[in-house]
Design a binder for this molecule. Structure first.
Ligand SMILES: Cc1cc2nc3c(=O)[nH]c(=O)nc-3n(C[C@H](O)[C@H](O)[C@H](O)COP(=O)(O)OP(=O)(O)OC[C@H]3O[C@@H](n4cnc5c(N)ncnc54)[C@H](O)[C@@H]3O)c2cc1C
Length: 443
């Protein structure tokens, strides 16, 4: 069958993109390597949209939770992942969990039923030179294709590991304890938030890192290139009492305004998004278990009430430096016939990957029909996620990110408790207007 667009990768994002295109009659080829003799280290079978780990799409609360809001927006756009998820749903309280086999079978059944889609079990080893393409090969992209993407984008723009430092909501940091200053007052002079520690606090903190419960590296993760370049903070702590004080917790050139002196050690946070709502803990990538991170990091002076937009981690994960490489429509700036979708763009999670797949599907539909693309509003979950990937995030510390309210334009005048409802209310109103306008454009 000849086709108008080629989708590479039949996971969450590729399947959702295929659905958005295929149900509008666009002819497409969906290439999935599993079932054709290849697999990834995490997938078990050959089904489309296989869930590689948990069976949860997380919270389904669309009034107080950002991922629940994303579910809501995806349902309004007739998402296949949401539709199949509903049919495969199993009880999980306020979360949305699914029977993974039923879910994958439903996705595959719906796509196979669309006459304009050809599903081919094949591995693609290089980006096509021409023809509209969506690359949705995920965090475990086949090595051959990853190498080719590396050549096209420049190797330093493609990561093989995420080394995620925890990210904190700015409004949960106690600025009566912390202060803003760049080391030696360089740059703007006030680029970092600094949390000071005295000797006793530092030693107790280091001990906490040594004693804390850690996650294991899988065998295929330890063999991944570049791992040496992003050492977990607890491994640094093991190397000696002062290693951290000469590394990420170095206090030199930072004058605590309360003492006029350099503290014994310091934890620095750097702005992580243009809105200034999210700040990452510099150099704090870690394999500590999540509960342990929350407990230990809240012992840092000034972070006692810290709310984390995401916790630290290190995983095998292929992703692009999207804020630099992709345009607002997720096209490679240097080869605009190629779009990227899903986790390879640097979103994180099943739902987010599917949402970005959905958006690329809509973008490609518009492009084929010659319509101008109007992005979803910045105040919606989809719009906030897209804006983060395509330019809001800091490019030099870009790491995969779940959707969260820290990505939304802030509503600071409200009390914290009212804010979540206010975010979702604003999002629903703005998204509704965008949708009405989208529906006026014939597919
Ligand atoms: C081990 C692991 C555990 C995870 N656990 C969770 C979790 O519990 N919850 C959560 O929300 N998220 C989790 N994630 C994160 C992520 O959201 C999922 O990986 C998600 O499936 C990403 O969707 P995707 O469509 O981008 O990629 P995938 O779903 O991985 O789909 C990519 C597809 O592309 C295919 N492919 C790769 N290369 C090629 C090629 N060259 N040619 C043809 N096909 C190719 C793959 O076989 C795969 O089917 C996990 C990730 C990993 C790696």
């Amino acid at each position: 069958m000849s086709y108008d667009i080629h989708i590479i990768g039949g996971g969450l994002a590729g399947s959702e993109a295929a659905w958005q295109l295929g149900r509008r009659g666009v002819r497409l080829r969906l290439s999935e390597m599993r079932g054709g003799g290849d697999s990834t280290p995490a997938h078990q079978g050959a089904g489309l949209a296989e869930l590689v780990c948990s069976n949860s799409f997380r919270s389904d609360d669309d009034e107080r939770n950002a991922v629940g809001l994303l579910h809501h927006e995806m349902r309004l756009l007739d998402s296949l992942v949401m539709r199949a998820g509903e049919r495969a749903r199993v009880p999980a309280g306020s979360a949305m969990a699914v029977d993974r086999d039923v879910f994958s079978a439903e996705v595959e059944r719906e796509l196979a039923a669309l006459p304009s889609i050809e599903i081919v079990r094949e591995r693609i080893d290089a980006l096509p030179d021409a023809g509209l393409t969506i690359v949705a090969t995920g965090p475990l992209t086949a090595a051959s294709l990853a190498a080719n993407i590396g050549v096209v984008t420049g190797r330093e723009s493609l990561a093989f590991f995420d080394a995620i430092a925890p990210i904190v909501h700015r409004d949960s940091i106690d600025m009566a304890v912390c202060w803003m200053q760049s080391r030696w007052n360089k740059g703007d002079g006030k680029d970092y938030i600094n949390c000071p520690m005295d000797k006793a606090q530092y030693l107790a903190f280091r001990q906490g890192l040594l004693d804390g419960e850690k996650g294991e590296f899988k065998e295929w993760e330890t063999n991944t290139p570049y791992f040496e370049g992003c050492m977990p903070i607890e491994v640094m702590a093991e190397r000696g009492e002062d290693t951290l004080r000469y590394g990420p917790m170095k206090p030199v050139g930072l004058d605590d305004p309360r003492t006029g002196r350099w503290p014994y050690a310091v934890v620095q946070l750097r702005q992580d998004n243009k809105l200034g709502t999210l700040w990452n803990m510099v150099g704090f990538q870690t394999k500590l278990k999540h509960a342990e991170q929350v407990r230990l990091f809240r012992t840092i002076p000034g972070l006692e009430n810290a709310e984390f937009a995401r916790l630290g981690g290190l995983h095998r994960n292929t992703f692009l430096n999207s804020p630099v490489l992709l345009d607002p429509q997720l096209r490679l700036k240097s080869a605009p016939h190629v779009r990227f979708a899903g986790q390879i763009t640097g979103c994180e999670g099943y739902v987010e990957s599917a949402a970005v797949g959905l958006l690329t599907g809509l973008m490609a539909v518009g492009e084929l029909a010659g319509h101008a693309w109007q992005a979803p509003p910045r105040t919606s979950a989809m719009g906030a996620l897209l804006a983060h990937i395509t330019g809001d995030a800091a490019a030099d510390s870009y790491q995969p990110m779940n959707v969260n309210f820290g990505l939304f334009p802030p509503l600071p005048e409200l009390k914290k408790k009212q804010r979540k409802e206010a975010y979702t209310e604003r999002a629903k109103a703005d998204f509704g207007e965008w949708l009405a306008q989208l529906e006026r454009v014939p597919a």
